[in-house]
Design a protein. Structure first.
Length: 665
């Protein structure tokens, strides 16, 4: 074990050993999550400065409520914000349980997940049955005809559906988590709510249309546009959107479009993106095509075209120019549904894996007794505990309405999607050839048709939708560094004047004079600290020390790279991944302690949290090492050479698929 004073010294030495350099792609501004999108009108698209300005203007500028993850990135382990682990009020949970009791037999009797995947369609009778159950109005307030369930109960329901049929879960989630109901509840006028929420609760399906061929995480390139009519009575909407989930069957949709720019006092133009509620039945709304994918084969995802659609002025959602902020705020809670969907799938993966490990014999013993398979089983179970802890924590904090969860939600999405894909692959590996075989083939051979092959296909998209892993790294990094950006200001802006930099230096000196010394020592250095965590206390002490270590690493890399830090994306990704692991550890320890102190007094949650923390600590140590010593610059330089075609000789000896696919026929 490295003495703590040497651990701190090693962090400060990182400033001398890290490589320098820049890349020329995205900036570290908070991108909007991918959901749905149009065609490019201006050659070349938006400049980097325009893209930065559009994205930065969309993010929430203040932190009015506490955030555990934000505090962690600042070097403060605020376990009091999440421990005791929050619980759903009994009355609210009972309402969710009552719906689950009605839903469960419907899923068993009516939803044939294998057939849905094989045929690529969700039967109309399934959709009709879900409408009759009220499944499209789970979170819509009761006064508008919905069930008014909490976020926690809603996610438990979607988790159940996702574990059985990911296609059906996507239908319900795209409708309620990012479709019309959520932004309408948050930003709609009373007239809009009265008009549309009852229709949505009854089962009119909704979608969210943002993504375009050249505008997804970089919305500055958006070309779908809306202009106010001469008489001011309506907006004229034109453009095309791509990958709009539920788009081919949606009755209502939120459509993002550029509206006339705002003119600044200096005469410059500021791009504005606004959100509109659009009805499928209106003239000019066209479904161009349906998209098909390797997984989630039955989702109704497609390309939508809007040809001079007349949108009533009162269908502007929130206010002009607030569309991207609306999308980000909606996704702060909406993206929590995906982590719960992943948890549902992982529960099935664990069930399949442990049963197979206990019944499959190789070399005289069950494969679960072989060391490699045993390691995979423990990894699957302990990581599932952490994934559930993250997903549940975010939902419960939303229900309490006293926390800012933008970082917690983003971390849950990032962590669960990345580990979900990995663990689905481990379940596949445990099953061997049976994992590669389809359900139908297994059934025809007389074996239990476990849906592992389908699971792997369905899970792969989770690291892309609602903000790809790369986008989430940038989003989380920007929010995690917000206090530093606020404090340092112009010091991180290469274009700032000398006077602005001097003013920022004075402000930053005051902030860091009080902040940096607190990173040198903390409760984690006391061997008796956190004794209330019992067997997990050693992990929580390590967690506290690592929280301060992460904050020191952030500070040192800011000093080392200054304005160039935003371009060191691989470095930022490691910082974010460290933070995500630490948040997952904290959530796991808090939940395990609460469960262990519950009525059952079981130590089983402690065992799972301990196993997860031991594995997570190894990953964190490796990430810290990579902050100091990495080959990022050399890798980037080689990549530019490869992209330029300098190594195209590696591709010789095979048919060129690009030439084959683009050759005129």
């Amino acid at each position: 074990m490295i003495p703590r004073h040497r651990e701190r010294r090693r962090d400060f030495e990182a400033i001398q050993t890290a490589d320098d350099g820049t890349i020329v792609t995205h900036s570290m501004t908070p991108p909007t999550p991918t959901a749905t999108g149009a065609t490019k009108l201006e050659p070349g698209g938006a400049t980097e400065a325009e893209a930065r300005a559009v994205a930065e203007s969309a993010r929430e500028q203040t932190w009015d409520k506490p955030s555990f993850a934000k505090e962690l990135f600042l070097g403060r382990l605020r376990m009091d914000l999440i421990d005791p682990f929050p619980v759903e009020p009994p009355a609210c949970r009972a309402e969710g349980d009552a719906f689950l009791a009605r839903l469960t037999p419907f899923l068993v009797e009516k939803v044939d997940a294998e057939r849905i995947d094989r045929e690529g369609e969700i039967p109309t009778e399934v959709i009709a049955g879900l409408k009759q159950l009220g499944a499209f109005g789970l979170t819509i307030p009761k006064e508008y005809g919905g069930l008014g369930l909490t976020k926690s109960s809603y996610n438990r329901i979607i988790e159940m559906v996702a574990a059985h049929c990911a296609n059906t879960a996507t239908l319900l989630s795209a409708h309620q988590s990012i479709g019309v109901p959520q932004p309408l509840k948050l930003f709609g006028t009373e007239e809009q709510k009265k008009k549309y929420l009852p229709r949505l609760a009854r089962g009119e399906i909704s979608a969210f249309a943002l993504t375009e061929p050249d505008a997804g995480s970089d919305p500055a390139n958006m070309t779908t546009h809306a202009e106010l009519s001469a008489d001011g009575s309506h907006w004229i909407l034109s453009g095309e959107k791509l990958w709009c989930t539920n788009g081919t069957i949606a009755d209502l949709m939120v459509v993002m479009a550029q509206t006339p720019p705002k003119i600044a006092p200096d005469g410059s133009k500021k791009k504005q993106i606004s959100a509109f509620i659009v009805e499928r039945a209106w003239p000019g709304v066209e479904v161009v095509s349906r998209c098909r994918f390797s997984g989630l084969r039955a989702i109704s995802n497609g390309v939508l075209r809007f040809k001079a659609v007349k949108v009533p002025r009162e269908n502007l959602l929130w206010k002009e120019g607030a569309g991207l902020k609306l999308a980000l705020i909606t996704l702060n809670t909406g993206r929590l549904t995906l982590p719960s969907c992943i948890v549902g799938g992982m529960k099935q993966a664990l069930s399949i894996s442990r049963r197979f490990a206990a019944s499959r014999f190789q070399w005289g013993v069950t494969i679960g007794k072989h060391d490699e398979i045993a390691g995979k089983i423990t990894d699957l179970a302990s990581t599932l505990f952490a994934m559930q802890s993250l997903a549940d924590l975010g939902c419960l904090l939303v229900d309490q309405d006293g926390h800012d969860v933008r970082l917690e939600a983003a971390i849950a999405k990032l962590f669960n999607s990345e580990h979900g894909v990995r663990l689905a692959g481990e379940c596949f590996q445990i099953r061997g050839g049976r994992g590669f075989e389809t359900e139908q083939s297994l059934k025809e051979r007389g074996e239990i048709p476990y849906p592992v092959e389908r699971m792997v296909r369905d899970f792969r998209i989770n690291t892309v939708v609602e903000g790809s892993t790369q986008v989430m790294h940038l989003f989380i990094a920007r929010e995690a560094l917000d206090a530093h950006v606020t404090a340092a200001g112009a010091l991180l802006d290469a274009k700032a004047s000398a006077g602005a930099k001097l003013k920022a230096f004075i402000g930053a000196a005051k902030f860091y004079a009080g902040w940096v010394p607190r990173l040198m020592a903390g409760a984690g250095m006391n061997p008796a600290a956190y004794g209330e965590y019992g067997a997990l206390a050693t992990h929580v002490r390590w967690l506290e020390r690592s929280t301060r270590r992460l904050a020191r690493a952030i500070f040192l890399n800011m000093m080392r790279h200054q304005a160039k830090l935003e371009r060191r994306q691989r470095l930022l990704a490691r910082i974010v991944d460290i933070g995500a692991e630490l948040v997952a550890m904290a959530a796991s320890c808090a939940r395990a302690r609460t469960l262990a102190n519950g009525p059952d007094r079981s130590t089983k949650p402690i065992e799972l949290a301990d196993a997860f923390c031991r594995a997570s600590r190894r990953r964190v140590d490796e990430l810290f090492r990579a902050l100091r010593r990495n080959d990022d610059v050399a890798t980037r330089q080689l990549a530019q050479s490869i992209v330029a075609g300098d190594h195209a000789w590696l591709e010789q000896g095979v048919l060129d698929c690009h030439e084959l696919l683009t050759k005129p026929r």
